[in-house]
Structure formats: structure tokens, C-alpha cells
Design a protein around this ligand. Sequence first.
Ligand code: HEM
Length: 449
Amino acid sequence: MENLYKLYEGKPFVGFWRFRTPGLLIRDPEVTKTVLLQEFNSFQQNGFRVHPELDPLVHKNPFMLTGEEWKTTRQTLTPSFTNSKLKPLLPLMEEVAAELVQYLRANCHTCGPDGFDAKDLCSKYTMEVVATSAFGIKGHSFQNPKAELREMTMQLLQPGLKKSIELMLINFLPSLADLLKLRMMPVEVDQYFRGVVRTVVDEREKKNITRNDFMQNLINLKKKAVENGETYSDEDITAHAVTFMTDGFETSAIIMSFILHELARHPDVQEELRQEVVAARGANGGRLPFEVLLELPLLDQVIHETLRLHPALPAMEKVCTRAISLRAADGTELHVPKGQLVILPVLGFHKDPRYFHDPERFDPDRFSPGRKSDIPKYMFLGFGGGPRQCLGMRFALQQTKLAIATMVAHFVIKATPKTPEVVEQDPTSFLACAKGGLWVRFEERQTSL
Ligand code: HEM
């Protein structure tokens, strides 16, 4: 999509074919705002669908839902992502960050000249954070690369060849996929997650345990629904915990690995960030309290600039649900019929010199308080935009900030011979994925406040 975006400079709309489906690429900020916000009701469906009966746990993910079902689910889950619910998760995340430091200390001298595959490393951390926050369990990712929770989640997120072909059919030839009863989540993964949730819920109910986590919020939602004579089933609890797992684990690992890559390639920014983190830890007894962590300015800018250069979702797909006329800034008008696939080229916008000067340059200062208002609205779409903007954004920022701050406080992150100069996107991946991986090495620092 980035190439198509560049090829049609000056045009607000570009038509293309994806297999037998016509697609519409948007190249205009005004139209992007119209699609995401002003005419949201005409574009409220994401370009993915799963069969509600064959794939109930995936279908209940807000990302897949539309209409009233989407609205109710989003309203139900939103309170779990407010600061008052996220703050109590910090001690759980800190335990995982301490495990990450231990793991790096134990392995940084023996990992060889190429260092660590940053994505693999970060996904151990995000898997454990999500496991403890969403399911209230440990995933044992640092100890065992083949741990069951990780293996089951990976079956969903990095499917093998046969499953990938099935997924293509589900997306591009849905009627054939329905006929063949193809499902996105393998049966054994579905059964596994239902079993995990049943065990956790039973144990908490039997032993009257309450814990400050997402699972507790879901259990409380069920209790409230029962009191009000409404339905909130065990399947709903499982589906929403799985949403947390699938949406929260991989995307955050991707962005963290790109941050490590950029910090290794920009030691000056890394050093400035270290000073910011070390000073804040020093002023708070060696910890970063919730409010302090969220407010560290350079840390926030580094994350946003990395998301600009390497958005986890390089393009967003929407489907027109109500025919509409779109008008671009240059006056071009286009009739968009119901059912039309519409693509918002996130990476194209993020690398367009009209919106981001010298776009290939890693420049966290673009997101500084004095400059970020220069970025046109809806041209930075790292977390999407409008009513469907990423539901887990605050959680993602919290876990990412804690991991990066902890790593720079304890280690110097360095490039290795395998660290790519220019990151090449793997064209087969729907999420951002660097061809050949992102490799970095860690040197332990003497002082670690
Ligand atoms: C750095 C990490 C993350 C990135 C870059 C990211 C990015 C995105 C993007 C681009 C969208 C589409 C937004 C749109 O259509 O406008 C999205 C949707 C969503 N994200 Fe995230 N996400 C991240 C982490 C998370 C986490 C941690 C969770 C949950 C714990 C989460 C849950 C969701 C959900 C439920 C949706 C669908 C929202 C809806 O359609 O109403 N995400 N995310």
C-alpha cells in the first residue's frame, strides 16, 4: 500500500483490485477524517469478518463487531481501560519487568555476537504482562520458549501454511469459507482458552479470591449482569480475555522491538532517555510511580515517533456500510457504494513529507509539546482514530513505557552486525514485521537507579 500511495502523488483517491475485490485507497487528510470520524456510521465496519457461530471467541472481539453489538461491547469493556483500573496493574507489570531484567542479566553475555532477536525478547515480556493482567496466571515465557500459553496464542497470531491459506479464504472468499466451515481459531486453541478461564473463575469463586486485574473486572461484570437479570456468559468472559491476549500481546511486542532497534541506532537519544528515566527513578526511591511513568516526556515521544516510522498496523481496512459521497480537499467528489473496501494507508501518511518533514529521520522531537500540534489531525494513526480508536491504547503505553524505562535504566542497548540499516517490511505479514528480524545487544550498566 505504501508503494501505491507514493505512485499516485497528488491524487486523493486511488482504485485498485485485490484478487476479485475492488479497493479504494484514500490519500487525502479531509477524507480520512470523514471516514474515521464525521461519517463513522458509513464506515463503522473493519475489513475483517469471522463467522459468529464457527468462531465465537474471535467474533466477540470489538475489532470484528459492527452496529449495536460493537457499541454495547465497547461500552462494556471501556471502563476496564481507565486509569483507575490500569494503575493497580502496575505492580503486576513491575514483577514481569524484574523478570525481564533477570533474564537479560543471565543471557546478555552468552547470546552471541548477533545479540537478541528483539521481537522474541519483547514478546516474552508482553506475554507475561498480558497473562497476569488478563488471565491472572503465569505463562512461563522466560523459562520455556515452548510454554503452552505462548504456543496456543502463536497458533492464532502466526499460523502455519495450511491455516494461512484458510485465513485467506475466510477474508477473500467468505462464502466458500463458510461452506467449508473454516474457522480462524483452531478448535484446540478455543478449548484451551475456555479451560484456562473456567479454572481461574472457579478457583476465585470457590476460594472467594479477588485480584486487581482484568479478569476480576470481567467476573464483576458477570455478577452485575446476573443481579440485573441481563446475560453475560462464561463465553463472553473468555472471549474478552482472549481479545486482551490477541490484541495486547503481539502489537505491543512489535512496537517495543522497533523502539529497541531505534535506540540502538540512535545512542544520543538513548542516553538522553536514560538520563530522564534515571532522574525520575532517583527522585522516587528507584521506582517509577504510575503518574510519573505516564508523564515522562521523552519516553512518550520516542514511542510515538517509533509508531510513526513503524506502525503496528501499516494500513487500516474499512468497509462502507451505507453508500455515501466523499469530497476531497481539492474538490474531487466520489460516490462510494455500500460494500466498498476502503484502505487508509497509515504508513503512507506517516512517511509523507507533506505531513512529516524529512520523514525517514527518527526524530522524537516531532511529538514534543511545542511541535506536535504541527501534525495534521488524522495523519498520525499509530492507534487508529475516531470512535474505533485502539481500546487498549493506555494499557499498551503503560506496559511499553515500563519495559523500555526498565531496560534503559539497567542496560545500554547496542546495535549488532545483524541490526538492519533499513528495515524491510515482510510483505506477507498483515502487522508490521521486519524481514530477517531486529537484532540488538545489551550491556549491563554499573549503576542502575
Ligand atoms: C502498541 C500497541 C498497540 C497498537 C499499536 C494498537 C493499534 C491498534 C489499531 C491501529 C487499531 C485500529 C483502530 C481503528 O480502527 O481506528 C486497534 C484496535 C484495537 N485495539 Fe489496539 N493496539 C495496541 C495495543 C492494544 C492492546 C494492549 C489492546 C488490549 C489490551 C488492544 C485492543 C484493541 C481493540 C479491542 C481494538 C478494536 C477497537 C474497536 O474496533 O472498537 N490494542 N489497535
